[in-house]
Design a protein around this ligand. Structure first.
Ligand code: FAD
Ligand code: DHB
Length: 393
């Protein structure tokens, strides 16, 4: 097989990239190890930055989003008996918070790509990268995991295969530098069949720890609470989850409505960056190159930002023989990535109860929140990051 751009991974990064390239008339093939049903059924992120929504509209993929997404003007922060509503729309000149789950975005992207004649191979096995420093890189894989080894020749390879994929490992250790930070807490996330308790997201830092109220639809709610990342789900029967959420989200005039929990999972929180995102003819995008803790809702948005930069660079190279943007891809993308890392770290440290920190740090986090409450500049800085920073052209 032969294509222009070989993409590994059909997550947000790989799929948006294929759309952007396809729109410019550049051929790409996506190799994905999971089945379409698995990709479309995995519950992950929920918040889209304004420009991602605009991009979906631009690509003609927003019909279901416009019908089903929740559009919020702001978010609520809650700590130490205080409650602050941040009006993002007013602070950012009209941008808003869109709640539309990642798996719905993926359904829209996959359906749109297949309808446009795009090539996605689901369920492949043993994906391996070859000759990435040469002129003719290629990927080998087994269709349906067990089929005969197949070779995909391409001009460039994009590793959009998440944190555990093989692409980053294809860069020699001596050629990359990795930055890791592990937080001493995780998130227990649930989906519950219940009506909405509040019209917007609530991020709470209470004595018992962090909690987040989000939504999925008028009758399905998404909630998270800080837990020990090593906890077994068996330690968290439904009653304990609701009791903790009630304690952490409680506020005058607010009632948390409970309902049957039908999905539960625990994720660890970590920050990770791989410098470089480019080696030979291999380019990394999304979680393959960087992870953020979810508190700022940045993971998916950063993945899409990478491929917006990368698509423009690949188009310039392939169609206009101009390789300058491609040579600077890693540097350009990492500038935005580090700002996303900073914001996610800031929101995470400010809003969690850190078992390894003392009362001094806790007061500092309350002071940080009080600064956001009392300073328009601080509130605007938070809002600008939350709805999505402008691209640095
Ligand atoms: P991914 O979505 O991980 O896509 C990578 C794809 O590559 C996957 O489909 C994978 O199957 C495929 N792949 C892997 N290895 C191979 C291989 N060898 N061959 C072929 N294909 C391969 N972000 C938030 O903002 N808020 C959240 O609440 C949140 N919750 C999360 C919960 C979990 C459990 C996880 C893992 C992430 C969460 N994130 C969250 C982060 C967000 O979902 C990611 O940042 C986003 O999915 C990144 O997109 P991506 O395309 O880079 O990678
Ligand atoms: C959701 C996830 C987040 O990480 C966040 O900051 C806000 C909302 C969600 O899944 O709805």
């Amino acid at each position: 097989m032969k294509t222009e751009i070989g993409i590994i991974g059909a997550g947000p990064a790989g799929l948006f990239l294929a759309h952007l390239l396809g729109r410019a008339g550049i051929e790409a093939v996506i190799l994905e190890s999971r089945t379409r049903e698995e990709v479309e059924g995995t519950i992950r992120a929920g918040v889209l930055e304004q420009w991602v929504v605009d991009l979906m509209r631009d690509l003609g993929l927003a019909a279901r989003l416009d019908q089903n997404a929740d559009f919020h003007t702001g978010i609520t922060l809650q700590w130490n008996g205080e409650r602050l509503h941040l009006d993002m729309r007013e602070l950012t000149g009209g941008k808003q918070v869109t709640v539309y789950p990642q798996h719905e975005v993926l359904r829209d992207l996959i359906a749109g790509l297949l309808a446009a004649g795009g090539d996605i191979r689901f369920g492949v096995g043993e994906t391996a990268l070859h000759e990435i420093t040469g002129e003719r890189p290629f990927i080998t894989f087994r269709p349906d995991k067990t089929g005969p080894e197949t070779r995909l020749d391409c001009a460039y390879i994009v590793g959009a295969d998440g944190y555990h994929g093989p692409s980053r490992q294809a860069i020699p250790e001596a050629a990359r530098r990795e930055f890791h930070k592990i937080y001493p807490f995780g998130w227990l996330g649930i989906l519950a069949r219940a009506p909405r308790s509040w019209h917007e997201l609530i991020y709470a830092n209470q004595a018992e720890g962090f909690a987040l109220l989000s939504t999925r639809s008028p009758d399905v709610q998404r909630l998270y609470l800080q837990c020990d990342p090593a906890d077994d789900l068996a330690l968290w029967p439904d009653r304990r989850i609701w009791d903790e959420l009630q304690a952490r989200l409680s506020a005058p005039g607010f009632t948390l409505i409970e309902g049957p929990i039908f999905q539960k999972g625990i994720i660890p929180l970590r920050s990770f960056v791989c410098e470089t995102m480019h080696y030979g003819r291999l380019f990394l995008a999304g979680d393959a190159a960087h992870i953020v803790p979810p508190t700022g809702a940045k993971g998916l948005n950063l993945a899409v930002a990478d491929v917006v930069v990368l698509a423009a660079a690949l188009i310039a190279r392939v169609q206009h023989n101009d390789g300058e943007k491609l040579a600077r891809y890693s540097e350009t993308a990492l500038r935005r990535v580090w700002k996303g890392e900073r914001f996610s770290w800031y929101m995470t440290t400010m809003l969690h109860r850190n078992p390894t920190e003392g009362e001094f740090e806790r007061r500092i986090h309350f002071a940080d929140l009080d600064f956001v409450r009392t300073s328009r500049a601080a509130a605007t800085a938070l809002a600008e990051n939350y709805v999505g920073l402008p691209f640095d052209r």
